[in-house]
Write a protein that binds this ligand. Structure first.
Ligand code: NAD
Length: 359
């Protein structure tokens, strides 16, 4: 029955996945939540310390690129739903090593789709009856739509036009999910979300990278002229949207998720500097002096902005915090979790950082 669902969440040890796992484990005590994660550099079980011993939670370490492993897992647990977040997620890394992105984001997604198809469309439900309510939820990005000019917003019907190896791999996996719906009748939901920020964000991404560098008084590397525009959403609001669309979204529907919250990178960096100077008791302008313009990222998209009116009108979702509130919570989290930050920025991270920015 609906109450005792077994839900597979992939990538649950990562940034967004950890917030989705926490929300589901706490909100749905009768569900069994299985978190499958390979624990790459981006996965960290510290992100889930508070719920790791919950009765309805199981962690499985494993790689979605392993076809027979994934099939076995689906046969063992007989999942009623999948929320798929496991991915290689960093654009800069995709420029260095595109094939790694094809392996996890495309082939990994294919393995999950095939296993779900085999289970839901060809196997009787263990409780009798069919698999009504089964659902494959693919968590995707607004980057699949390519770049916007000065105006306009991405809607659910905007054509795909990916520019980076990362966004091309996510676009490809979105297409496969949709194709499995059309071809085999696989029940799915896709959501395309704008840039997330918040606790547990790996400090290779803009906001946590800059928070960390401001704490350490290190240079703040801004790409190009700093005029790139991104639309920012607090990660917990993304997790709330996923919960809603997973349970109440229409079958084979796509939802765009975003906070109507566009910022030019340079303005965002200046705001962060100002808030951090206040929090750290530094003099005004001290952190801004750390801004350093660095060589642009190739194929850099000028502007992303999401029209989130469909999920708002149809499912009643809206962000729960303003950007100012979310940023303040995020800065506080990083200042209060210096051990987490020290742990993830040691070793391999340092090598990556030096290679990427050389500063
Ligand atoms: P992340 O890099 O923080 O986490 C990814 C997780 O997937 C990690 O825990 C990692 O260990 C795991 N993983 C990677 N390869 C794996 C594999 N082969 N098998 C099993 N696990 C593997 O990423 P994130 O920022 O939390 O993003 C999660 C999802 O949301 C991704 O699909 C991403 O494309 C999408 N998304 C992210 C954003 C954003 O702003 N971060 C915005 C929209 C959509």
């Amino acid at each position: 029955d609906n109450k005792n669902k077994k839900i597979l969440i992939t990538g649950g040890a990562g940034f967004i996945g950890s917030h989705v796992v926490r929300l589901f484990v706490n909100k749905y005590p009768s569900y069994q939540i299985i978190n499958l994660d390979a624990l790459t550099y981006a996965g960290n079980l510290e992100n889930l310390k508070d719920i790791e011993s919950a009765a309805n939670y199981t962690f499985v370490k494993g790689d979605i690129t392993g076809e027979s492993f994934i099939n076995q897992l689906f046969q063992q647990y007989k999942f009623d739903g999948v929320i798929h977040l496991a991915a290689e997620s960093h654009v800069d890394r995709s420029i260095e090593d595109p094939l790694a992105f094809v392996k996890t984001n495309v082939i990994g997604t294919m393995n999950l789709l095939n296993a779900a198809k085999k289970l839901w469309l060809h196997t009787p439900h263990p409780n009798g009856g069919g698999w009504e309510g089964a659902r494959f939820y693919h968590v995707s990005t607004d980057e699949v739509y390519g770049s916007l000019g000065e105006d306009g917003l991405f809607t659910e019907t905007t054509s795909y036009d990916p520019n980076s190896p990362y966004s091309a791999s996510k676009a490809s996996s979105d297409h496969f999910v949709r194709a499995y719906g059309e071809t085999y009748g696989l029940p799915y939901v896709i959501s395309n979300c704008s840039n997330n920020y918040g606790p547990n964000h790996f400090p290779e991404k803009l906001i946590p990278l800059f928070i960390n560098n401001i704490i350490q008084k290190k240079p703040l590397p801004v790409y190009g002229d700093g005029n790139y525009t991104r639309d920012w959403l607090y990660v917990i609001d993304h997790a709330r949207a996923i919960d809603l669309a997973f349970h109440e979204g229409g079958n084979q529907e796509t939802y765009n998720i975003g906070g109507f919250n566009e910022w030019k990178n340079i303005d965002l960096v200046k705001l962060l500097c100002k808030l951090m100077d206040e929090k750290l008791g530094r003099s005004e302008g001290e952190s801004e002096a750390l801004i350093t313009y660095v060589k642009d990222r190739p194929g850099h998209d000028l502007r992303y902005a999401i029209d989130a009116s469909k999920i708002n009108k149809e499912l009643g979702w809206e962000p729960s915090v303003t950007f100012e509130e979310g940023l303040a919570k995020t800065i506080d989290w990083y200042l209060n979790n210096s051990d987490w930050l020290a742990q993830v920025t040691s070793g391999e991270y340092q090598r990556y950082y030096d290679k990427q920015y050389g500063c």
